[in-house]
Every structure is written in structure tokens, then in C-alpha cells.
Design a protein around this ligand. Structure first.
Ligand SMILES: C[S@@+](CC[C@H](N)C(=O)[O-])C[C@H]1O[C@@H](n2cnc3c(N)ncnc32)[C@H](O)[C@@H]1O
Length: 290
């Protein structure tokens, strides 16, 4: 079974060898991911039939309806993570590390070098980038390493519990912030959201985006790093994530037209969508609609 799933190679009778997948799932981040998915998804699978028989199963369960995670665990995923230090640590490490080596960083998919030159008039006190819901800070730290000369401050925002153990290099500040509340950093050049929108149904995404829109000025750009599903012929990875998001969080991976509708509904317009060729996440650049 393990070799059939690709987790190791069978090289002889009762003899197995580690392959690239074995090595990947043994890293702390991917081991956290295995824990997250196996310990949480199996109970959801085991209780989904009773959810269908009783309440029914809705992708965007609203108005007191439960999602499959809540039905299985009695609370939402975010509430569950506040009650289990082990699962929270596994989840945060997974978020920080799940990118395979073949996947480009968002600042390679998005032409950050070229855009940074265009933004080179920033003063020291200006904010270049706010990583909203940035977890342990892996993306903003990676960005800072790639562009050490970039002018302007960088800020990592997440819930205070996530930031407790975070250590950041100089030039990046941590700020506890609930993204459903007014955005305290006004007029930043980049508000960056990686895998945040796909955690929430449209009504919640609209609240998150409206708080950002209120903080943005005409030079600000919103960058969303998430899948942009094609209308037909989607790859396995985003389809799998789409189902996971529905089961864990009553959420969704969106198609291009769903992104356009969502962003337009809060007064944003898409400047450009940058999509890598290998089926991974895109970077959507948006600005205040004129
Ligand atoms: C799927 S993870 C993505 C983390 C990071 N952006 C990344 O791509 O690895 C979602 C993040 O949203 C954070 N989060 C959840 N609810 C939040 C809220 N209300 N305000 C701020 N952050 C929140 C979680 O703590 C978590 O770090």
C-alpha cells in the first residue's frame, strides 16, 4: 500500500527504499502536514454520511449550519487549533514548509524585481509589504532574503497565538492582527495574502477584503497567492485542495470568473494574473477600481 501510494519504492522481496517522497514527508513541515491531514480528515470522512443524513452537506454552510469539520469535531478548525498546541504546531510548520522544490516562490511568479524598481521612491518610514495572515513569516522572510536592498518596512501579521514563537530578521516586524478587524497599516505598497482567501467562503472573504480596501491608497497593490482554477481541465492538486477546503472550512478554490466577481464586489480590479506553467498557485495583482 505504501509503495502503491508512492511513499517508498519496493526494490525486492520485503525490501523497500526511500525515494524523494519518503524524504519529503520526513521533513518537519511535511510530517506536520501528514499529521494534519490524516488525523483530521479521517474523522471527517467517517462522519460525513451522518452529516448528509441529518443537516445536509453545503459547500458554504451559513446561518447556523455546520461544515463537515464542525460536525466531526464540535468546533471550527480555527477553534480546534487554539485548543491543541500539537496540532497548531503541526499546522504552522506544514504551512511554512509544504512547497516542493519545483515550485517557484510568489515573488518569482510575480515580477517582483521589476515592480520593486517601480516602487523605489519609498521612504524608510513607508511600508513596502504587509503579509496578512502570514503564519510563521516564511514568505515575508523569503522575500526579504531575495530583495535585501528593498526600501520600506515589512510587516508580518497573524493571530497573536501564531506569532508567539516567531523570530524575525531585522527589517520585518510582527504585528498581532485579526484580519476581520480594521487594517491598522494604511497605504502599504503591497498587501499580500497567501492561501487566506481559499480558507473562507465569499461572505467572509468580502469582509477581509473590505478592511484591506479601506486601508489601501491608489498606489497600493493587493497580491493574492492562491489557485486560479481553469473553467475546465483542472489539475489534480487544486481539485484535491478544493475538496479539502470544503471539508475543513466550508471554503473553495476559485475559478478566474469567481475571483473577478469576488474582487469586483468590494471595489477592486484585477491588474494581471500571473500563473506558473506547472499547475501551482497563481499570483493575482489587484488595485482599487477607478
Ligand atoms: C492557510 S494558513 C496560510 C498561512 C500563510 N499565509 C501561508 O501561506 O503559509 C492561514 C493563516 O491564517 C491565519 N488566520 C486565521 N484566522 C485569522 C484571523 N482571523 N486573523 C488573522 N489571521 C488569521 C492562521 O493563523 C494561518 O496562519
Amino acid at each position: 500500500m505504501i509503495t502503491w501510494m508512492g511513499y517508498a519504492d519496493e526494490v525486492g522481496e520485503n525490501t523497500y527504499a526511500a525515494n524523494d517522497t519518503t524524504k519529503l514527508v520526513c521533513t518537519p513541515g511535511m510530517a506536520g502536514g501528514e499529521r494534519h491531514h490524516t488525523e483530521l480528515l479521517y474523522p471527517i470522512g467517517g462522519t460525513i454520511a451522518s452529516l448528509m443524513r441529518t443537516q445536509g452537506f453545503y459547500q458554504f454552510a451559513e446561518d447556523g449550519l455546520k461544515d463537515p469539520f464542525e460536525h466531526a469535531f464540535g468546533c471550527t478548525l480555527w477553534e480546534f487549533l487554539t485548543t491543541s498546541e500539537e496540532h497548531k504546531a503541526a499546522f504552522d510548520l506544514y504551512m511554512a514548509a509544504r512547497r516542493p522544490a519545483s515550485q517557484k516562490s510568489w515573488f518569482e511568479v510575480y515580477p517582483a524585481a521589476q515592480r520593486l524598481i517601480e516602487m523605489s521612491m519609498l521612504k524608510e518610514s513607508d511600508v513596502l509589504l504587509v503579509d496578512v495572515g502570514g503564519g510563521l513569516g516564511h514568505e515575508v522572510v523569503g522575500f526579504k532574503k531575495a530583495f535585501p536592498e528593498a526600501e520600506g518596512k515589512m510587516i508580518l501579521q497573524d493571530l497573536p497565538a501564531t506569532l508567539e514563537s516567531v523570530k524575525l530578521p531585522s527589517g520585518i516586524d510582527a504585528m498581532g492582527h485579526d484580519f476581520f478587524q480594521p487594517q491598522p497599516v494604511k497605504g502599504a505598497r503591497i498587501y499580500f495574502l497567501r492561501q487566506i482567501m481559499h480558507d473562507w467562503m465569499d461572505s467572509k472573504c468580502r469582509t477581509i477584503l473590505q478592511e484591506l480596501v479601506a486601508a489601501m491608497d491608489s498606489d497600493s497593490r493587493l497580491l493574492i497567492d492562491d489557485y486560479v482554477m481553469p473553467a475546465t481541465g483542472a489539475e489534480f492538486r487544486p481539485i484535491h485542495m478544493d475538496i479539502c477546503m470544503m471539508l475543513y472550512l466550508r471554503a473553495i478554490e476559485r475559478t478566474r470568473s469567481q475571483w473577478v466577481a469576488l474582487l469586483e464586489s468590494v471595489g477592486l480590479e484585477i491588474v494581471e494574473i500571473f500563473t506558473p506553467t506547472n499547475g501551482f498557485e497563481s499570483v493575482i495583482e489587484a488595485k482599487l477600481a477607478v
